[in-house]
Design a protein around this ligand. Structure first.
Ligand SMILES: *Cc1c(COP(=O)(O)O)cnc(C)c1O
Length: 462
């Protein structure tokens, strides 16, 4: 499989070429030149596989420049760190199937992609004799998942900035209790926006970036999307087996459009046996407005109790747009350039109709999120995290069809304060998380100052 850019300036890239690049050189996003579809006969074979075997079968169709034996070993290693060999169990609660994506080391779905990316980075670096330094800013989930993806890996060092004393306690501990020497936690005396601004500005200093071989692991990385396709197909088989039906809906709580875009690709591979994807947003609702009204205009980011979805510009949206415009790169490029200038795109009612062949959407308020955690617990005895609750509520609001799979993107223990508030009772943390409170911590406090951060990186980088 070869890869191209959504803006048409690049084609013929190999999979390995895409792994260390966020953007394509022309500013577009990277996509495979075509999307393989599964034949009916193949589906029956695939449905019998373990998670790791299925991941191998999916990856094989997109990766042709890593020997198959090596690829299988990489996938196996990536998912060994999960607390269950099933990797992503599907459980039925009431009339909803929950796809539990939080059994990785940092208890949220980003582990599924970043555990794979970590072993893949190490493998490719070893082959070429290169070293990289990863730089990123986090308000929680991504940073800890990235740290756990690469900790202890050879030829990689990671620098993650987080706002000092402004991330949740559990999230902070997941990062700062990591002792491996290739991990540097930088606790910045400022807000998440300060952290992000510093990282962005450092990446724009091309000389510094080149000198220290800085790499990012953000959600536009194609290998991350690829790893996420697998669990849709996996859950599709589980529910098909259980319900004996062909068509299964999926609901995805969305921020950067990364996870749901993987669902969109899975839907293509399954030839629309996922009839529609439910796109669930919190009060940061740009994607909801896009699906329901054709209004893709940036508002201001509002902090919510589902913080990993507090995003206004959905960085993977361009990939969808490319398919929406029937793979017309010129049209995609024009639209994205217009969006960069005007901070909005408007779609006609004809176009909205077309979007609605792929998605339905609902926006979920803070109050509704809390209510859903409580009601779902009362009905089923199962506690969900606030992001998952947004998904469940969205299904109740906009989808009557069943069966439906709601993606559980984080474990409730990552957001104990919110869960306790919703349930009105104490929430007991799992033992593995309680233990974090006793471990020694390793981090550096730095002022919100780009030069100070650069100075630290230049002294510590590989
Ligand atoms: C990152 C994240 C999301 C949003 O995922 P996107 O790929 O950005 O849409 C949802 N829930 C949790 C818990 C997350 O960490």
């Amino acid at each position: 499989m070869k890869y191209l850019s959504t803006r048409g300036g690049v084609s013929g890239l190999s999979f390995s070429d895409t792994v260390f690049e966020g953007l394509a050189p022309d500013g577009g996003l990277i996509l495979p030149e075509d999307i393989p579809e599964f034949e009916e006969k193949e589906l029956n074979e695939l449905s019998k596989l373990s998670y790791v075997e299925l991941a191998f079968e999916v990856f094989k169709r997109f990766i042709d420049d890593i020997p198959y034996e090596d690829l299988f070993q990489l996938i196996k290693r990536a998912y060994e760190s999960f607390r269950t060999p099933e990797v992503a169990p599907v459980v039925k609660k009431g009339d909803i199937y929950i796809l539990e994506l939080f059994h990785g080391p940092t208890w949220a779905f980003k582990d599924i992609a970043l555990q794979f990316l970590g072993v893949l980075f190490e493998y490719l670096l070893q082959k070429t004799g290169r070293k990289i330094n990863i730089l990123g800013a986090t308000s929680g989930d991504t940073g800890s998942a990235a740290i756990y993806g690469v900790k202890g890996k050879k030829n990689i060092k990671i620098f993650i900035l987080h706002p000092h004393n402004r991330v949740s306690k559990v999230q902070e501990l997941m990062m700062t209790t990591v002792q491996e020497e290739n991990v540097e936690n930088l606790a910045i005396e400022g807000t998440f926006d300060d952290c992000q601004a510093i990282v962005k500005s450092i990446f724009m200093d091309l000389e510094f970036k080149r000198k220290y071989r800085l790499t990012s692991v953000n959600s536009i990385n194609w290998a991350r999307v690829l790893a996420q396709i697998v669990y849709y197909i996996w859950a599709y088989f589980k529910v098909r087996e259980e319900e004996k039906v062909e068509h299964i809906y999926f609901c995805v709580p969305t921020g950067n459009f990364g996870d749901i875009f993987a669902g969109y690709i899975a839907r293509k591979m399954l030839k629309k046996k996922i009839p529609k994807l439910v796109l669930a947003t919190n009060e940061n609702d740009i994607l909801y407005r896009f699906v329901t009204k054709g209004d893709y205009s940036v508002g201001s980011v509002k902090p919510t109790i589902s913080p990993s979805m507090d995003i206004q510009i959905a960085s993977n949206f361009e990939r969808y747009l490319y398919y929406f415009y029937n793979e017309d790169a010129e049209k995609t490029k024009k639209a994205m350039e217009k969006f960069a200038k005007e901070k909005k795109l408007e779609f006609s009612s004809e176009e909205v109709k077309k979007v609605q062949e792929d998605f339905v959407s609902a926006r979920v308020t803070e109050e509704e999120t809390l209510e859903t955690i409580k009601e779902f617990y009362e009905k089923t005895g199962y506690v969900v995290d606030p992001h998952t609750a947004v998904g469940i509520r969205a299904v109740n609001k906009c989808l009557s069809e069943r069966p439906v799979v709601c993606l559980a993107t984080a474990h409730p223990a990552k957001f104990p304060e919110t869960v306790e508030k919703a349930l009105g009772m104490p929430y007991e943390l799992p033992l593995e998380i309680k233990r974090l409170f006793e471990l020694p911590k390793r981090y550096q406090v730095l002022p919100a100052n780009e030069e100070k951060v650069k100075d630290f990186i230049s002294r510590q980088a590989l």
